[in-house]
Ligand binder design. Structure first.
Ligand code: KIV
Length: 281
């Protein structure tokens, strides 16, 4: 079994040019699969609101939901570096709320780090959580919790003016004490520039190949999430079709009397069958 990676390993991987593999997971079995497949990191993203609960976005997700799912993921992946995602309104209010809620992830779900969205506007939260001894991962570019303010789920940094703002956010997050940075839906040139200039590892979700590693949402990667597919997603399989096919086959077999067969039943102990019918007759 591979040894659980630490923050030092991720810095060393950046120096060595070794890419980090990162996926979301929301439940025990998927976390087991991720660990067995050799993922370096798992994020219990607040995307669970859409991928698991069927909400339209991430805003309704609560701390309690994130904690319950993080606990399950930790049970499934005891030897993987796990990141808890701070849901909307768990850190936007005050530094004290941010520290308290970040601490819950560590105390209750044994995560290794927390992630929160925002750049320059969120630096005092990053500083406060870091000073409490908790590893922080910044998240800039497209930040889904503020997609309303950004005018929808839109790529960021596509003009020089906007790109400069993303770069400013990246430096602010590092300066505030974050130990890693996630850049979402930003042109590869801009994200690549950030990855080169920052000393902390910089990871991409929809921000191109020049970053120090990649994150994808597991429900997109396996073809489970049906509502929409962002441009940056590559589907590696189509579990939705596989599951629906299996379910239809099951219905057909139950209706036609093909399932269950003898091999799916528990036989009576030797000699008991005859006695049973005799006594019941
Ligand atoms: O919640 C999540 O899965 C995320 C990714 C979209 C980066 O934050």
């Amino acid at each position: 079994m591979a040894k659980k990676k630490s923050i030092h390993d991720f810095f060393n991987m950046k120096k060595a040019g070794e890419k980090v593999t990162w996926l979301t997971s929301y439940d025990f079995p998927t976390a087991q699969f991720a660990e067995e497949a050799g993922l370096d990191m798992i994020l219990i993203g607040d995307s669970l609101g859409m991928c698991v609960y069927g909400y339209n976005g991430t805003v309704p997700v609560t701390m309690d939901q994130c904690i319950v799912h993080s606990e399950a993921v930790r049970r499934g992946a005891p030897n993987t570096f796990i990141v808890g995602d701070m849901p909307f309104m768990s850190y936007q209010t005050t530094d004290a709320d941010a520290v308290r809620n970040a601490g819950r992830f560590l105390k209750e779900a044994d995560v290794d780090a927390i992630k929160l969205e925002g750049g320059t506007r969120i630096t005092s939260r990053i500083k406060a959580i870091t000073e409490a001894g908790i590893l922080v991962i910044g998240h800039i570019g497209l930040t889904p919790q503020s997609s309303g303010a950004l005018g929808g789920h839109k790529a960021q940094g596509r003009t020089v003016k906007d790109a400069k703002m993303v770069v400013e956010d990246a430096f602010a997050v590092q300066e505030a004490g974050a130990q890693m940075l996630l850049v979402e839906a930003v042109p590869p040139e801009v994200a690549g520039y950030i990855a080169k200039k920052l000393s902390i590892p910089v990871y991409s979700i929809g921000a191109g190949i020049e970053c120090d590693g990649q994150l994808l949402i597991v429900s997109d990667l396996i073809g489970q999430f049906q509502a929409f597919t962002p441009k940056f997603v590559k589907k590696y399989c189509d579990v939705a079709s596989m599951i629906k096919k299996a379910m239809k086959e099951y219905c057909d077999e139950v209706r036609s009397g093909k399932f269950p067969q003898e091999e799916h039943c528990y036989p009576m102990k030797q000699g008991e069958k005859e006695k049973f019918f005799k006594e019941m007759s």
